[in-house]
Design a protein around this ligand. Structure first.
Ligand SMILES: [Cu+2]
Length: 179
C-alpha cells in the first residue's frame, strides 16, 4: 500500500518560517515563561503550600510519641484534642496509628506526621466532598510538623495514596472536626 502523503518535490526544509507562525511561537514561549515564573512564585506566596520543620526520628521513637498521644486522648471524651495541641499520626502497613481523633473547627493544630515502615500517603478529604483532597507524604525516619486548621466541621476521611503493599487499598482512617 502506498502512502496517502504526496512526496515532497521542492526544498520544503529550506522555506523561511512564516511571520504568523513566528508570532505564535513567540506567544507560546512567553506563556511558558509566565507559567514557569508563576509556579516558582506560588511556592513562596501560595498559602496552600505545606511547609513545616522536619526532624529525624526512628520509627520506635515515633511510636513512643504516638503511644503517649493516644494515652492522653483516652483521658478525654471520644479522643477530643483541645485547640492548639499536637496531633500525632503514623502511617503503617496497613492503617494509621493515632487516629481517630476529634478536633475543634477553625483552630490550629500541629500535626506530627511520620511512618513506621515504608512511605505512605496521607490523603485527607471531607466525607461529603471526596474530590476536595489534600495529599501529603508520610516518610519513615522523619517527623514532619505541619500546622493545620480545618474550618469546616464534619468527618474527614484519610486514605493512603502511595502504593505500599498488598493491603494498601485497606488503608483508611478518619477524624472528626466539631464546631
Ligand atoms: Cu498505601
Amino acid at each position: 500500500m502506498s502512502s496517502p502523503l504526496k512526496p515532497q518535490t521542492d526544498n520544503w526544509w529550506d522555506v523561511p518560517v512564516h511571520w504568523d507562525e513566528k508570532v505564535w511561537i513567540g506567544i507560546s514561549v512567553f506563556w511558558a515563561l509566565v507559567l514557569f515564573g508563576w509556579m516558582t512564585a506560588w511556592g513562596s506566596i501560595g498559602n496552600q503550600t505545606q511547609e513545616g520543620p522536619t526532624y529525624q526520628v526512628s520509627p520506635n521513637a515515633f511510636q513512643t510519641k504516638i503511644d503517649s498521644f493516644k494515652a492522653r486522648a483516652e483521658e478525654t471524651d471520644r479522643g477530643f484534642r483541645p485547640a492548639g495541641s499536637d496531633v500525632y499520626i503514623a502511617g503503617m502497613r496497613y492503617g494509621f496509628d493515632g487516629l481517630p481523633v476529634v478536633l475543634k473547627a477553625g483552630k490550629e493544630y500541629d500535626f506530627h506526621l511520620s511512618s513506621y515502615d515504608v512511605q505512605h500517603g496521607f490523603g485527607v478529604r471531607p466525607n461529603d466532598a471526596l474530590s476536595k483532597q489534600m495529599t501529603l507524604q508520610l516518610l519513615p525516619g522523619y517527623e514532619w510538623v505541619l500546622p493545620m486548621t480545618f474550618d469546616e466541621p464534619g468527618t474527614y476521611h484519610v486514605v493512603c495514596n502511595e502504593f505500599c503493599g498488598v493491603g494498601h487499598r485497606t488503608m483508611h482512617a478518619k477524624f472528626i472536626v466539631e464546631k
